[in-house]
Design a protein around this ligand. Structure first.
Ligand SMILES: O=P(O)(O)OC[C@@H](O)[C@H]1O[C@@H](OP(=O)(O)O)[C@@H](O)[C@@H](O)[C@@H]1O
Ligand SMILES: [Mg+2]
Ligand SMILES: [Zn+2]
Length: 177
């Protein structure tokens, strides 16, 4: 099974230091919807693993988060593709949950859902925590330069991290190689 896991904010949509608090603030990055649709139509299952501490912080509620993901699904469907399982961590940084990246809990949940190995599975993110979560379960950390990616580039990355400009470049790589 061809499974790709994506971080959300900064990979699929623009991120903000003020959090993405509404559907109106949830704006796809250029080419990201098309990339997901193209991957889907090429036989890839595209899942999402996203930290959403804004829930714990009271910035938005689960219904609003679900509406953002409904928007993502409908935009991809308009391009003939589909989005797989979306898993989010609603907890705050101090709650000690097992799902908040850099912990790999969400990656484990997605792999278990699809009954696939995490080894060498590509996980695409813009933050160091995304890459560390991948490394923790022997998945392939993949950094995009969108969102916080340029800033993350200045940090010490996990050995073997792959680097791409954006999700469209990743889709081109996976579909044509
Ligand atoms: O990139 P993903 O995982 O999809 O989502 C990140 C968001 O949950 C937010 O995560 C926050 O980090 P803290 O959760 O406050 O440490 C900040 O980085 C926000 O700018 C960002 O919008
Ligand atoms: Mg992100
Ligand atoms: Zn959590």
């Amino acid at each position: 099974m061809k499974l790709l896991i994506l971080d959300r904010d900064g990979v699929i949509n623009y991120d903000s230091d003020a959090y993405i608090k509404s559907v109106a603030e949830w704006i796809p990055l250029p080419g990201s919807i098309e990339a997901i649709a193209q991957l889907s139509k090429a036989g890839w299952t595209v899942a999402v693993a996203t930290n959403q501490s804004g829930i714990a912080r009271g910035y938005y509620d689960i219904a609003t988060l679900d509406a953002m993901h409904g928007r993502l699904r409908s935009l991809v469907a308009e391009q003939g593709g589909e989005v797989g399982l979306i898993v989010y961590c609603p907890h705050g940084p101090d709650e000690g949950c097992d799902c908040r990246k850099p912990k790999p809990g969400m990656l484990k949940s997605i792999a278990a859902h699809y009954n696939v190995s995490l080894t060498n599975l590509w996980f695409v993110g813009d933050s160091l925590g995304d890459l560390e979560a991948a490394k923790a379960v022997d998945s392939q950390p993949v950094l995009v330069k969108t969102g916080k990616g340029e800033k993350t580039l200045g940090k010490t990355l996990p050995v073997g991290t792959l680097i791409f400009d954006d999700l469209a470049a990743i889709a081109a790589e996976l579909i044509h190689n």
